[in-house]
Design a binder for this molecule. Sequence first.
Ligand code: 5GP
Length: 190
Amino acid sequence: MKKLEDKIISDGSVILPNIVKVDSFLNHQIDTALSKDIAEEFKSYYNNKKVTKVVTIEASGIAIALATAHAFDNVPVVFAKKGTSKIMNDTMYTSPVHSFTKNVDYLACIKKEFLTSDDHVLLVDDFLANGQAMLGLIDLCKQAGATISGIGIVIEKGFQDGRALLEKEGYEVCSLAIIDEINENGIVFK
Ligand code: 5GP
């Protein structure tokens, strides 16, 4: 998505070696017009897929999930909460996730009543790096017996392992900007 790539170049920055900062428009301050365009791209890519819920993980996936859910006929958004074992109980599906940016482990949790075997889920997130957040969401969907219709990623770091892991599991991944490499001159897209 050219508009997104241009925005990443003009307004994003890099924390070496491989963290991309886009908090001026994607995951702290949010460019609402761009979010809408992102959502429309996901809609046109997954137009033929049944989607009854958009599922993401807090916090930075929520804004994109909300815009995307509007594009898919206002289906509900469910975001996994990040918790510790203290909140584990039999009303929740939980899955352990390793955070790439914070280098800590947490539990992704979704209340059982909000994800069921009737659901056809579009999973979305702001970034795909090593795929651990997505694999956690996939695990939660599997526990619920929900069908995964596809995965929508705003920015994929193509030099990390996420896509390979997800595709190996048989999931379709639509990424709107794929970063091939980050070098001394900056970000290079695929
Ligand atoms: P993964 O689980 O695929 O390794 O990492 C994805 C998660 O880590 C996303 O939910 C995202 O919030 C965060 N993340 C991974 N890489 C980056 C990055 O380069 N920049 C930012 N801002 N977040 C990232």
